[in-house]
Design a protein around this ligand. Structure first.
Ligand code: BMA
Length: 874
């Protein structure tokens, strides 16, 4: 949440004799911390003395840096580190202030973020009781500071320690998400509902329980004299191909009135520029001033696959008496966003229309990058977004149980053309209805929307994740409704309707009116029940959570599927980062500790799905590999089905892109940004053009799916192979692939495809060929992998210098299913992986990253499905 702070310069009010430029002094260095008196001090007496602290940071990461605790992610260390979040902590900074600072008109102490219950005092005077992790705090401190040494103290109270005694006395506890696995909160007594703090830190079904405390965002002193430019925003009133009608909106705080000139200078990506200015009379107090800007034929911002993610630079300035007194730069993209909801034969549409083009959303859900937010660097944020971009994802949904990310994340999304579906940070817990909670939520939303509204990547704000559907449908909430009296249930219900239906909606419509608001994911925006196939967005969990077979994905065609997922383990190199050799089995204590679904039972769910489709894993590494193959092929089936159903369906976001720690989860990219098989599949199944052979009940329909904005002509080539080597047949037919559409090309039954060949030994290859180039390729099998007679493929591989970099070439003599090229823990990525090879086929894989030919040659290996299964089981 580190914000790009405004570059403040001075304003010399007419009549004022002199003024100095505003200054910002970073107060992040020099902090110390200690265990607060009275909490756990007996067991941790060594932490009673002051120790060096990182700001921004958290107590847990500081204790790790000081080697006072073991790595929180190693083995099952999580259980023994819960005491940290149950303790209170003190932070202290001694800093000098000079006379010049004290002579300023204003000196503000700014905390960008405090985690979470924080008592702030300066020189012994209490200034603030903070209670919301997502808010920014600005405190006027001129009168509290003195010349020379000053002492700033922050006392952080354990959020559980503070709230639990209170909660235990209440007549009921609001239903939350995951109960503590460590007994620090009794079952059904979750305090996280009652505090604005990242929900996932209390433990989730993909991550550990680490309730952090700390000064998790930067701290600074801002000194200024008579005027402060609090914000500048480029509002997009209307944008189309011909014109962009914009408004530069200045938010100024002034001590006294007087004339000023506002200017906006803009530069387009091609270097074109323009200038607007306006003279205004400032009033004392708050000033919201607008300067209209019109740009002809704007170079618009486009999501990935539709054009360039063009960004303009806007320089805003305030001047008085011809002298610049405040200025700021903003980079933003010009685009229109419409959430199109029109009645049609399937119900009501749910489609993002960007610059007038209906865009099929392809992507995944994003969870926090780390259990400890302050150790996420801008580089890590960008690297993960690049992984999404390289897999042809044009949208990520930032799920509501985490934190709002810092500007660097959204800057990178802007540059890469990745649309962000932005949830407000509510992860599924039922919210309290009291006015104080709602006011805190409103201010938080105003601050976050103001901070983020210049990012063209944000195309929707959504009130929460699964709060409405949970309240309506989940069994624990049903029980709760019976237990609590009807009036109270109504008050809770009204409170949520007020918060998500009105309060947050109003914040978005007031501060970012060109961005759509959506009450909850999934929902129909309070227009009837949530999570229905005919209207709104949809979360589908009968596969995985409900243990239904993967093929049931084909039964569902909602309007926009914003969640569905299958788990897997990360690659062995990542598992080795948290486990010892003796932990390497699905039911070991450590492997269960890193499997959060159903408190470790998720490993049996993985085995269920692996066995259904493939058979019995030979050993632990095979189990890991098979979990990834199962996940990749399962999600591919669903994603391609949804793409083939365009325009009835207009989006697939699978759960989930990334991980907070190394462990089993629904992620396609692991904690170390290593790609699982699914991410490689996504790169293919989210490609702009796809060929989708869909086999149901012995009949196969082939679709040509195209996100291109113009039609194109191609040839659909069909080749039938005996898995052991021979091509049995080939035929071709012309195809016109319609723009922004899924075109059904042909339907054939098994008999017509096989023409007597053995379905267990036959595979069909479909290729979409445009002017001699294959633009899409897909294989089709006649049954589950475990029922096929897969041959031993005799895989070979070698490493060579391809001139442009290293190349791994893999070849198969006979059909090879789910080839995985493993590079262990080398810091490299392959251009492709997790693919099938036809008999006699070779594939060349470019190697990105740092290694050398010899090292790679020694390290690389390849395997396929038959290598992972127990003999006689396939
Ligand atoms: C979803 C999410 C998450 C959860 C995931 C996997 O519905 O919204 O809360 O982690 O399912 O169970």
């Amino acid at each position: 949440m580190r914000r790009a702070s405004l570059v403040l310069t001075l304003w010399l009010a007419a009549g004022a004799a002199s003024a100095n430029p505003p200054t910002e002094r970073d107060l992040s260095a020099g902090w110390r911390f200690r265990l607060a008196q009275g909490t756990q001090a007996g067991a941790h007496a060594d932490l009673k003395d002051w120790l060096p602290a990182h700001v921004p940071g958290a107590v847990q990461t500081d204790l790790l840096a000081l080697k006072r605790i073991e790595d929180p992610f190693w083995r099952d260390n999580e259980a023994s580190l819960q005491w940290i979040g149950l303790s209170d902590w003190d932070y202290r900074l001694d800093f000098d202030v000079d006379a010049a600072t004290l002579a300023r008109g204003h000196v503000d102490l700014v905390f960008e973020g405090l985690d979470t219950f924080a008592e702030v005092s300066l020189n012994g005077k209490k200034l603030l009781s903070a209670d919301n992790m997502f808010r920014r705090w600005r405190l006027p401190v001129k009168d509290t500071l003195h010349k020379g040494s000053n002492t700033l103290q922050v006392h952080l109270q354990s959020p559980i320690g503070k709230l639990l005694p209170w909660l235990m006395k209440q007549p009921y506890s609001l239903p939350g998400e995951f109960d503590s696995a460590f007994g620090d909160e009794p079952k059904g007594k979750q305090t996280s509902n009652y505090v604005r703090k990242a929900n996932y830190q209390y433990g989730w079904d993909w991550g550990p329980r680490y309730v952090t405390l700390g000064i998790w965002q930067p701290v600074r002193l801002e000194s200024w004299d008579t005027m402060r430019l609090a914000d500048f925003h480029v509002a997009q009133k209307h944008v189309d191909a011909d014109t962009a009608q914009l408004e530069g909106q200045f938010d100024l705080r002034a001590d006294k009135g007087g004339p000023v000139t506002l200017t906006v200078d803009w530069t387009a990506p091609d270097g074109t520029h323009g200038h607007e200015e306006r003279s205004v009379a400032l009033a004392k107090g708050e000033n919201h001033l607008a300067l209209p800007v019109t740009i002809a034929h704007p170079q618009r911002w486009w999501p990935l696959g539709y054009g360039e993610p063009n960004l303009y630079t806007f320089h805003a300035e305030v001047s008085a008496d011809g002298q610049a007194v405040a200025g700021v730069d903003r980079h933003t993209g010009l685009r229109s966003v419409e959430l199109r909801r029109e009645k049609d034969q399937w119900g009501r549409s749910f489609a993002f229309v960007i610059n007038g083009v209906p865009v099929f959303a392809k992507g995944a859900d994003l969870i926090p990058y780390d259990s400890f937010p302050s150790r996420v660097t801008p580089e890590r944020q960008e690297a993960l977004l690049r992984s999404a971009h390289d897999a042809n994802m044009n949208m990520l949904r930032m799920w509501g149980g985490g934190t709002y990310l810092e500007d660097a994340f959204y800057d990178a999304a802007d540059r890469l053309g990745i649309m962000i579906w932005q949830d407000f940070m509510y992860g599924g817990a039922i919210t309290p209805y009291d006015e104080a909670f709602r006011q805190s939520a409103r201010i938080e939303a105003e601050e976050q929307v103001t901070r983020l509204r210049n990012h063209p990547s944000i195309v929707i704000w959504a009130g929460n994740n699964e709060v409405q559907t949970g309240w309506d449908d989940w069994p624990d909430r049903q029980d709760f409704r019976k237990f609590v009296n009807a009036d109270e249930v109504k008050r809770i219900d009204d409170g949520m309707r007020e918060l998500f239906g009105k309060t947050l909606r109003k914040v978005v419509s007031d501060l970012s009116p060109s961005t759509p608001y959506w009450a909850s994911s999934p929902s129909t925006d309070f227009d009837g029940p949530a999570n229905v196939e005919t209207d709104g967005d949809y979360h589908y969990w009968k596969v995985w959570s409900g243990s239904e077979p993967i093929s049931h994905y084909l039964d569902m065609t909602p309007r926009f599927q914003s969640e569905y997922g299958l788990q897997s383990f990360p690659v062995m190199a990542t598992i080795k980062a948290f486990a010892k050799p003796e932990d390497m089995q699905p039911e070991s204590k450590v492997m269960r500790a890193h499997q959060k679904f159903a408190n470790g039972d998720g490993n049996q769910r993985l085995l269920l799905y692996i066995r259904q489709e493939y058979g019995e894993p030979k050993d632990f590494p095979s189990f890991v590999y098979l979990s990834q193959v199962m996940q990749a092929e399962g999600i591919e089936l669903a994603a391609e089905h949804l793409r083939s159903k365009r325009p009835q369906n207009m989006g697939t976001l699978y759960w989930q892109l990334n991980d907070v720690w190394p462990g089993a989860s629904w992620a396609s990219v692991d904690y170390f940004n290593r790609w699982k098989a699914l991410q490689y599949h996504a790169k293919r199944f989210y490609a702009p053009v796809d060929v989708v052979p869909q086999r149901r009940d012995g009949k196969t329909t082939v679709f040509a799916v195209s996100d291109r904005t113009t039609d194109f002509d191609a040839t659909l080539r069909l080749r039938v192979y005996d898995m052991a080597g021979k091509m049995l047949r080939e035929s071709s037919q012309p195809v016109r692939a319609a723009a922004l559409a899924s075109t059904g090309v042909l339907t054939l039954d098994d008999a017509a495809l096989l023409k007597g060949a053995d379905p267990k030994r036959t595979v069909v290859s479909f290729d979409l060929i445009e002017q001699g180039t294959t633009v899409a390729h897909h294989l089709l099998y006649f049954g589950a992998a475990r029922d096929l007679a897969l041959p031993k493929p005799e895989l070979t591989w070698n490493v060579s210098d391809g001139g442009h970099g290293l190349v791994v070439t893999v070849s198969a003599k006979r059909l090879a299913r789910a080839v995985w090229v493993d590079t262990q823990d080398l810091d490299v990525r392959l251009s492709d992986n997790a693919f099938d090879l036809l008999p006699g086929e070779s594939r060349q894989l470019d190697v990105q990253g740092t290694t050398d030919l010899e090292t790679l040659r020694r390290t690389v290996s390849a395997m396929s499905l038959v290598d992972a299964l127990k003999e006689g089981k396939q």
